[in-house]
Design a binder for this molecule. Structure first.
Ligand code: GTP
Ligand code: MG
Length: 202
């Protein structure tokens, strides 16, 4: 998949106001600060298309980016940021859940997980939630540049083990680093493989 153009389209708090669902769409989700916005920038080879920050809670809205004039990437706010109030946690839940449950052109959700850590229950719960709701997803481990490959693979193995507690078959798993551009081709190739199925959705 070659990225020729990428442009910001719109930010929303409500899935109903998102662009017409007439093109395939891929969303990036995961804990606050896990690297969602950075991964989007890495995929499209732009520094600041999606806004990033070293402080968690940067992305607050549902952000649509149009790629090659023919499909959407969506940057979502992160979950699990400890310092937000109960109320804004609920509004996150509402906004993102409504989007995930109702967005008809959503082909696959990429769930980002920090490869530095052993399995976190909030990530496992989110993955299991997607399973319950039959929302297709793949897993993307981020920040692989931050530790040894051995450590990354160890954490991934632990995560897989945890998934096997509830899943018979595991989703596709990618290892990425936005700094080193690791995993770029792999994730884009996946998207390229899924896009043609959009026509058989309706
Ligand atoms: P929220 O929008 O707040 O939920 O965060 P996010 O998941 O979009 O994370 P963001 O892309 O803003 O990145 C958070 C921090 O992690 C920034 O300081 C990034 O520079 C850093 N970061 C993201 N990806 C990588 C990576 O692959 N490697 C390294 N070393 N740092 C990364
Ligand atoms: Mg972000």
């Amino acid at each position: 998949m070659i990225i020729k153009t990428s442009e910001f389209v719109i930010s929303n708090t409500d899935y109903k106001k998102c662009p017409e669902p007439d093109m395939p769409e891929f969303a990036f989700i995961g804990r606050s600060n896990v690297g969602k916005s950075s991964l989007i920038n890495m995929l499209v080879s732009r520094k600041n298309l999606a806004k990033t920050s070293s402080t968690p809670g940067k992305t607050q809205l549902i952000n649509h980016f149009l790629i090659n004039g023919s499909w959407y990437l969506v940057d979502l706010p992160g979950y699990g940021y400890a310092r937000v109030s109960q109320r804004s946690r609920e509004s996150w839940g509402n906004m993102v859940n409504q989007y995930l449950l109702n967005r008809e052109n959503l082909m696959t959700v990429f769930v980002l997980i920090d490869s530095r850590h052993s399995p976190q229950s909030i990530d496992l719960e989110f993955v299991n939630y997607l399973g319950e709701k039959a929302i297709p997803f793949q897993i993307v481990f981020t920040k692989a540049d931050k530790q040894s490959e051995r450590k990354t693979l160890e954490n991934i193995d632990l995560f897989k083990e945890a998934l096997y507690q509830t899943w018979e078959e595991l989703p596709k798993i990618h290892i990425t680093s936005s700094v080193k551009r690791t995993g770029r081709e792999e994730v884009l190739e996946e998207i390229g493989l899924i896009i043609p199925y959009f026509n058989s959705l309706a």
